[in-house]
Design a protein around this ligand. Sequence first.
Ligand SMILES: [Zn+2]
Length: 102
Amino acid sequence: MKSLKKTYQQTIPQNIRAKMHVFFFKIRAVFVIGNKVECNCCNSNFSRFLDFGDYKKRKNAICPNCLSLERTRMLWLFLKDSKYLKEKTILQFAPFKVIEKK
Ligand SMILES: [Zn+2]
């Protein structure tokens, strides 16, 4: 299995793998249609968030629509209602895509 993963990583360029990764998460979104959880970053509803992690999978971790993780949703929850966002400019290095848009 490790050699298959290594071959995959060595033969397909990283930017293509990233696009494929997003594409497969979007497909998986079909299987979690529902209203049990809501992503505060993209305001989408699902029956649950998808599991995420290479070595130790975390349950209900990633939003299948915007791919935000728990920490991203928590950060946006803080920034959205924070007085800092209204009063100051924030410089975040390597911002999360979904927060960068907002
Ligand atoms: Zn989302």
